[in-house]
Design a protein around this ligand. Sequence first.
Ligand code: 5GP
Length: 198
Amino acid sequence: MSARTGVLLVVSGPSGSGKTTLCRRLAADRAAHYSISCTTRQPRPGERADHDYHFVSGEEFAARVAAGEFLEHALVHGHHYGTLRAEVLGYLAAGRDVVMDIDVQGAAQVRACADPAIQRARVDLFVMPPSEAELRARLAGRGTDSAETIALRMNNALEEMRHWPSYTYRLVSGTCEEDYARVKALLTAEQLRVSRLT
Ligand code: 5GP
């Protein structure tokens, strides 16, 4: 009576919106599998290979694109990022929910994906910072990026924020607890959808 396929929760939002913290917390609570992306950017201090990202060279990334391994991939802030099919499809089929932290280009590709399993699973959420001033403070507060990188991310964030109307759900970030409660409520509702029952 309870068998269902998984929910694919696609989460986007500018750097500093708090979306990565939200997605990671779902995974830490075992509420969903966190899809670990491949990226060609260098690890930041404290990031762990094959936990935060699969860090790969430009050559390896291109080879994996050619081999059709990615569900979606995009160039973000000058680096390549991509979601491996293997991080998503098997989990969904087994009834596990998957959360993806990806940019607006990647989310558009998932939305346009022809695979019926992806369409049945997909639900997308855009996370917004409460204000431009708060976003600026959060981007500066991370402490690991240069002033130039912060300025680039601020411009990219403002551009990225224009895309929220393409998403089904939008969350304006408040406290961590408020945000998490709302995302859990969204996931719970999506788990009850008749169209995902098998
Ligand atoms: P960061 O380098 O700060 O971890 O991530 C930069 C941006 O890349 C974020 O907006 C993040 O959501 C996005 N991103 C991370 N992984 C992927 C991915 O696999 N595909 C796409 N399209 N974007 C990603």
